[in-house]
Write a protein that binds this ligand. Structure first.
Ligand code: NAD
Length: 278
């Protein structure tokens, strides 16, 4: 069974570098497919209040038969709960839905700069970690100025920043900042959300052919080689297994550089974190 490598956070804890994402998966389906992912060898699952499937994910964790400490569970604070007390209550409610005593990682889902509450939310996450409700704390979808601000204001550096990232959208500026501050970079949409032009890109398919691998495995192997934590989503059993197989694929440096060169201006598929959001 393939096993993901782990990366170590600056707080001393560690995270399996390849995880399993469950965006847009119904709660009942999430219980089933997350269980399949654990059986295939994944040890890291990424959910969120927004996904409305924390119950199913929690059920899979409890039914897996695996010791809790062998699994890494992430959930996220949704945008309507950025005030300090609301953020504390939101984490407690997520744990209740998950049926867990703690999560391994709690993230602010979006900064929402115009709302002006991201710093309050970050202070709440610091408190949640102090209380033991989450082992580690991080952020998602933060523009650079807001990321700098929460660090300067609190002196507490997020262990990880989850952002849209794939070969067409490589987020070099943020990644350089992360490297300077020992923040791990986590890719959402690591497969470009399944957009066919990425998985059919001729550089990707040629490298895949050379290794007898699939395009999705090549893209994921690139993330892993570049030190990025990736959480691909699939509800298709064969793809769940296929995606984890990327941990066994080693690309040559010249192949990695050819993929580095695919970065392009119209790369992003998701919304801009600098927007006010909903
Ligand atoms: P993704 O890049 O993981 O793409 C998933 C899609 O790719 C699948 O629906 C399927 O269509 C296709 N796919 C998966 N495996 C494949 C394979 N082997 N071959 C061909 N096609 C394949 O996109 P995502 O689901 O948006 O992102 C992954 C995870 O990141 C989510 O499930 C969620 O946990 C997280 N996420 C977070 C945010 C955020 O704002 N923080 C936003 C989006 C997603």
């Amino acid at each position: 069974m393939p096993t993901s490598p782990t990366l170590t956070f600056h707080d001393g804890r560690s995270i399996p570098q390849l995880g399993y994402g469950v965006y847009k998966v119904d709660s009942d389906v999430a219980a089933d497919v997350t269980g399949q992912a654990f059986a295939a060898g994944y040890r890291h699952v990424d959910t969120a209040k927004l996904y409305d499937n924390e119950e199913g994910v929690g059920r899979a964790v409890r039914d897996s038969g695996l010791p809790r400490q062998e699994l890494f569970v992430t959930t996220k604070l949704w945008n309507d709960a950025h005030r300090f007390d609301d953020a504390i209550a939101a984490c407690e409610a997520s744990l209740e839905r998950l049926g867990l005593e703690y999560v391994d990682l709690f993230l602010i889902h979006w900064a929402l700069p115009q709302q002006g509450l991201y710093l309050e939310a970050w202070k709440a996450l610091i408190e949640l970690q102090r209380r033991g409700l989450t082992r580690s704390i991080g952020v998602s979808n933060f523009p650079l100025p807001q990321l700098e601000e929460i660090i300067e204001a609190t002196g507490v550096v997020p262990v990880i920043h989850q952002i849209e990232l794939h070969p067409y959208f490589q987020q070099r500026e943020l990644r350089a900042f992360h490297d300077e501050h020992r923040i791990l970079t986590q890719a959402w949409g690591p497969l470009g959300q399944g957009r066919s032009d990425l998985l059919e890109n001729e550089t990707i398919t040629a490298i895949a052919q050379a290794h007898g691998a699939t395009p999705a495995q090549v893209v994921l192997a690139w993330h892993l080689a570049r030190g990025i934590v990736a959480i691909p989503k699939s509800v298709t059993p064969s793809r769940i297994v296929e995606n984890l197989g990327s941990v066994e694929l080693r690309l040559a440096e010249d192949e990695l550089v050819r993929i580095d060169e695919l970065d392009r201006a119209d790369g992003p598929a998701g919304r801009d974190p600098a927007d006010s959001g909903h």
